[in-house]
Design a protein around this ligand. Structure first.
Ligand code: LMG
Ligand code: NDP
Ligand code: PMR
Length: 392
């Protein structure tokens, strides 16, 4: 089976029965220096039969940027307030549940469908006193601004923001658009979150919480230094010519790189933007604000609503494929625990990090692909995004 799957990859890749991955020299230059290391760490989280001795799990030794011990000493740490976008299903819901259960968090579920969110919270057994639902439709910048205003009116500080919501249109033949006319996946996953986090940054600055964090969910499939990131179509922002002119598909392309519309690529491109945004935030604001900016790949949560638009055969086969073949599968519950760690674990305070987990569910700092860590591209993408969302 593994060999069957490998046949679908670019010819220069191969997976042996032992799960070893080979890449030809001509490809390594395309994928950046750390391809082999990265593949090891990818498989360390997905454990494709690679022995644990080969796993390059970097142990987490972080220096908290804010001294938590004083607060711990006093034992008076107030309840934190965390906003989670897209908390009505999948990873967002599981994270809301994991955080609510600790009793240490007021979880604000920022969702586009209020009733769905209410039902989801109830059926997940999240107790009423630990969550609030607020309306947010990331596919409308007016809604994003309204959400930020409503949050400010609550008059409470924001301690952690989790940009989690996403849409994925793998089978769409034509693009669809946000209220402002941006291609829907980049518009929602990146531009909506970009505006939201910029608008809420001031609220976070005001907070006296000892470990403030802004987390943007990334993914392995946006990182072309991994096997998963080499399944076509691959993420590629090119020279950002489509983003520069607004992704509206009318007088320009709906894709960031200016190419023809491809829904799966648009999603992966949006994840690259998410990971670039996290790093650009880190460079611009970490030192002054002490806020931790982080991204993560929570594992392959193959059962979530993310795949709702995929063909039924894919939805049927994808979970067993990830469980038994790549071994990258994680349950929604486990993924929620991982993201909850990035929100509140005192050992994950390092800023500018893209977290992943190995097969023992231990977190480690992962390497991003060359494109997803390109400083110049991050700056350009940031400036273009500012213009598109009306901040510049
Ligand atoms: C592509 O389609 C789109 O074409 C592209 O435009 C883009 O949108 C892209 O990235 C998104 O998606 C997706 C998909 C379509 O194509 C693939 O994923 C290619 C992989 C196809 C692999 C074909 C293998 C077929 C094997 C069928 C055998 C069934 C056996 C059942 C086994 C039972 C055992 C007891 O194609 C599909 O949607 C097809 C489904 C692909 C799912 C991916 C996983 C394939 C591996 C199947 C493994 C089954 C797992 C069994 C578990 C066993 C355990 C021991
Ligand atoms: P789900 O589809 O289960 O959850 C996505 C959430 O986003 C839903 O709550 C959905 O709301 C919400 N959402 C979608 N569009 C909007 C919008 N316009 N405004 C507000 N909320 C919106 O998917 P996952 O839980 O899998 O995805 C969560 C995150 O995890 C995403 O960032 C995804 O990229 C990432 N990820 C997922 C992986 C996986 O294997 N599943 C792997 C790596 C990363 P509604 O319920 O109303 O549809
Ligand atoms: Mg992928 C270790 C191997 C690995 C991992 C961890 C993932 C994760 N995938 C792996 C391998 C493969 N995938 C292989 C070998 C194939 C060819 C059969 C393959 C195919 C595949 C498809 C068609 N995988 C997919 C798709 C999707 O439509 C998903 C996607 O790309 O969404 C953008 C997907 C995913 N694989 C993953 C993960 C985490 C996804 C979900 C996407 C995401 O949220 O980033």
């Amino acid at each position: 089976m593994a060999l069957q799957a490998a046949a679908l990859l670019p010819s220069s890749f191969s997976i042996s029965k032992e799960g070893k991955v080979g890449a030809s020299l001509k490809d390594t230059s395309l994928f950046g220096k750390s391809l082999s290391d990265q593949i090891k760490s990818e498989f360390s989280s997905s454990s494709l039969k690679i022995k644990s001795s080969t796993v390059r799990a970097q142990t987490v030794v972080t220096t908290p940027s804010v001294n938590l011990s004083t607060t711990e000493g006093k034992k008076t740490l107030r309840k934190g307030t965390v906003v989670i976008t897209g908390a009505s299903s999948g990873l967002g819901l599981a994270t809301a549940k994991a955080l609510a259960e600790t009793g240490k968090w007021d979880v604000i579920m920022a969702c586009r469908d209020f009733l769905k969110a209410e039902r989801a919270a109830k059926s997940a057994g999240i107790s009423k006193e630990n969550y609030t639902i607020m309306h947010l439709d990331l596919a409308s910048l007016d809604s994003v601004r309204q959400f930020a205003d409503n949050f400010k009116r609550l008059g409470r500080p924001l301690d952690v923001l989790v940009c989690n919501a996403a849409v994925y249109f793998p089978t769409a033949k034509e693009p669809t658009f946000t209220a402002e006319g941006f291609e829907l996946s980049v518009g929602t996953n990146h531009l909506g979150h970009f505006l939201l986090s910029r608008l809420l940054l001031d609220e976070m600055k005001k907070s006296d919480y000892p470990s403030k964090r802004l987390i943007i969910v990334g993914s392995i499939t946006g990182n072309t230094n991994t096997l998963a990131g080499n399944v076509p179509p691959k993420a590629n922002l090119g020279d950002l010519r489509g983003l520069a002119v607004g992704l509206n598909g009318l007088n320009s392309s709906s894709m960031i790189d200016g190419g023809d519309f491809d829904g799966a690529k648009a999603y992966k491109d949006s994840k690259v933007c998410n990971m670039l945004t996290m790093q650009e935030f880190h460079r611009r604001y970490h030192e002054d604000t002490g806020i931790t900016f982080a991204s993560l790949y929570p594992g392959c949560i193959a059962t979530t609503g993310l795949f709702r638009e995929h063909i039924p055969l894919f939805r049927l086969l994808f979970p067993p494929f990830q469980k038994f073949i790549t071994k990258g599968f994680v349950s929604e519950e486990e993924s929620g625990k991982r993201l909850a760690q990035v929100v509140s674990d005192p050992s994950l305070t390092k800023s500018g990090v893209y977290w992943s987990w190995n097969n023992d569910s231990a977190s480690f700092e992962n390497q991003l692909s060359e494109e997803a860590s390109d400083v110049e591209k991050a700056r350009k993408m940031w400036e273009m995004s500012e213009k598109l969302v009306g901040l510049a």
